[in-house]
Design a protein around this ligand. Structure first.
Ligand SMILES: Nc1nc2c(ncn2[C@@H]2O[C@H](COP(=O)(O)OP(=O)(O)OP(=O)(O)O)[C@@H](O)[C@H]2O)c(=O)[nH]1
Ligand SMILES: [Mg+2]
Length: 315
């Protein structure tokens, strides 16, 4: 062979309404946890890159924040970041929650489902406006009847925003293999963009902050609507091969601080322990984690918080 390229590599962005399962899908395609998942909407705040290999194809998956009607500055920056991810990609996967669509068809969509359906329409309009042809991936098909699923998929497909459709369950894995094979074929010919054994492109400090934010949401999601931010303030490797990590959890109100700390410090202790355990597993060495909680009413309006996440403050 004289210089023939036998590898493919490129970017595949996963976009969709909040809570559609984008991060779950990216983690499954990569085969490892690269992006945090919670039952809360607007979990992902900045594009997270995970690297999946399929034969001689490298798919750099870009998990993006959910697309919704932005209100606050952080919302606007998140939605902008999602679209930037899609516009720069070689393939775009639009993930849609089948259960929310089904509830809407039945006239039963309330609260989060109703918002998800509206946000899905916003994404479809955005795709058309940007002239992007996306792959439709209808997610959460576990437990949905086949004929319902086909009807939902057809209705979405008829919007004209897509050139193909898949039906998948990101948690169970159904259909994900087919989607991966297709994405691999869509990657342009060229050398790999990351070493073959690299799974994620997230700095360790940021990964550490994200894991703590995930545990925080998992533990106190009802009481803490949206209002927390985690910053890694110190990260040092010690001679014995362990890491010493210090983090501050910023909340917007004194009452939220009480919730995060919990009675006798129990809640904060649980969060720290859960985050440390997973970090230890992912990093492959022991971690000493120290958490602090601080009230800073204005964290969501401060430039520093955005820059730490690679988000644009001025949108
Ligand atoms: N039943 C079912 N639940 C799923 C599936 N995929 C994801 N979920 C659940 O949906 C919730 C949201 O998943 P995420 O992966 O965080 O969703 P996301 O689209 O990244 O959400 P944002 O980052 O907030 O935009 C979690 O509770 C997941 O476990 C699926 O295939 N089936
Ligand atoms: Mg997410």
């Amino acid at each position: 062979m004289t210089g023939a390229i036998d590898t493919r590599a490129g970017f595949a962005a996963v976009i969709g309404a909040p809570n559609a399962g984008k991060s779950t899908l990216v983690n499954r395609l990569v085969g490892s946890k690269v992006s945090i998942v919670t039952q809360k909407v607007q979990t992902t705040r900045f594009p997270v890159r995970g690297v999946a290999m399929e034969g001689r194809s490298q798919i750099v998956l870009v998990d993006t924040p959910g697309v919704f009607s932005p209100r606050r500055r952080l919302d606007r920056a998140m939605v902008r970041a999602a679209w930037n991810g899609a516009e720069d990609a070689d393939a775009v996967v639009h993930l849609v929650d089948a259960r929310a669509e089904m509830a809407a068809e039945d006239g039963e969509a309330k609260g989060a489902d109703r918002l998800a359906v509206e946000d899905t329409r916003t994404v479809i309009e955005g795709l058309k406006k940007a002239g992007l042809h996306a792959i439709l991936a209808v997610n959460k098909i576990d437990g949905v009847k086949r004929e319902r699923l086909l009807a939902i998929t057809k209705a979405l497909f008829d919007s004209g925003a897509y050139n193909e459709a898949f039906m998948i369950s990101a948690t169970k894995g159904d259909g994900v293999g087919h989607l991966k094979t297709r994405l691999a074929a869509l990657m342009p010919e060229g050398p790999f963009l990351y070493p073959e054994d690299q799974l994620a492109d997230v700095p360790a400090r940021l990964l550490a902050s994200e894991l703590t934010r995930e545990k925080l949401y998992l533990r106190v999601h009802d009481e803490l609507p949206y209002a927390a931010h985690v910053e890694t303030t110190a990260y040092t490797m010690k001679k014995d091969g362990s890491a010493r990590i210090e983090q501050t959890i910023f909340v917007e109100r004194e009452s939220q601080k009480g919730i995060v700390v919990g009675a006798g410090g129990q809640t904060l202790k649980w969060i720290g322990q859960a985050s440390r355990e997973e970090l230890t597993e992912i990093l492959g060495h022991p971690v000493h984690l120290f958490l602090h909680v601080q009230v800073r009413e204005t964290w969501a309006e401060e430039r520093g918080a955005f820059e730490g996440l690679g988000l644009d403050f001025d949108v």
